[in-house]
Design a protein around this ligand. Structure first.
Ligand code: CAA
Length: 241
């Protein structure tokens, strides 16, 4: 039987590419999304990957959502991709309490909430993959992203700590740090700022979502069973760690 995988924020951007790549690799995939019904419906029609709506920022909703996904997929989630993420970019002196909390709640607490919902079943099964999409900006910091950089750096610490706890249970826990990828999120950065960022990328271009998806497929595979607690840097050479 094929393994089950759940991708949060899986109907658009990097998450969409991940969901499709996992399906192509033979997984039974479900995609979560929080807001954009129209995009989710189009994604479901196009890919036949079932979609489930809830906010990863809501702990109870994650437990209920995962239960629905498991019913639909016919078994516990074996591969969790924590991909859902938002930005509320603004210099710190203008950052509101809401802008801080919204980003921490989705990008960091959401990773806790979702992993919490699948962790015990993975321990019992003696197998699991938790792959969290962090960011270059969690590694290097970014002007205008104190909230986002804090959350994404937190995701890396979470990954390292949980890798230690999962290691004897057959669960690997890894993070991927994409650089600037050609998605709606990056296209929302003002044109002039975006151009100056592209100039800082040695590869001379934005990344493709599929380039991140292929890394996920590797980390989810049996071939990557000894890879845990790692941070895979995928940024065209923009920041070397
Ligand atoms: N470094 C140093 N100074 C900077 C700067 C930078 N990178 N960017 C702006 N400034 C300075 C400006 O020169 C300006 O200085 P003065 O007041 O002396 O003229 C001051 O900061 C204020 O700048 P703005 O008026 O432009 O401030 P703003 O409120 O309009 O917007 C911003 C600032 C929202 C942060 C905007 O610059 C921006 O969107 N930057 C891009 C942030 C970014 O990279 N986000 C990533 C989104 S994609 C993503 O998150 C995915 C991923 O994981 C990679």
């Amino acid at each position: 039987m094929s393994r089950t995988a759940l991708v949060t924020g899986g109907t658009r951007g990097i998450g969409r590419a991940i969901a499709i790549a996992l399906k192509d690799a033979g997984y039974s995939v479900a995609a979560n999304y929080a807001g954009n019904d129209k995009a989710a419906k189009a994604f479901e029609e196009e890919t036949s990957i079932p979609v489930f709506k809830w906010s990863v920022a809501d702990h109870d909703a994650c437990a209920k959502g995962v239960a629905k996904v498991e019913k639909a997929l016919g078994g516990p989630v074996e591969v969790l991709i924590n991909n859902a993420g938002i930005t509320r970019d603004t210099p710190f002196h203008k950052m509101s309490v809401e802008q801080w909390h919204e980003v921490i709640d989705t990008n960091l607490n959401g990773v806790f909430n979702m992993t919490h919902a699948v962790w015990n079943a993975m321990r019992e099964a003696g197998f699991g993959r938790v792959i969290t999409i962090s960011s270059i900006n969690g590694q290097k910091g970014q002007f205008g992203q104190a909230n986002y950089s804090a959350a994404k750096a937190g995701d890396i610490g979470f990954t390292k700590a949980l890798a230690l706890e999962g290691a004897r249970k057959g669960i690997t826990v890894n993070a991927i740090c994409p650089g600037y990828i050609a998605t709606e999120m990056v296209m929302a950065v003002p044109e002039a700022v975006r151009q100056s960022i592209i100039e800082q990328i040695p590869a001379g271009r934005l990344g493709d979502a599929e380039e991140i998806a292929r890394c996920v497929v590797f980390l989810a595979s049996d071939d990557a069973g000894f890879v845990t607690g790692s941070t895979l840097t995928v940024n065209g050479g923009q920041y070397l760690v």
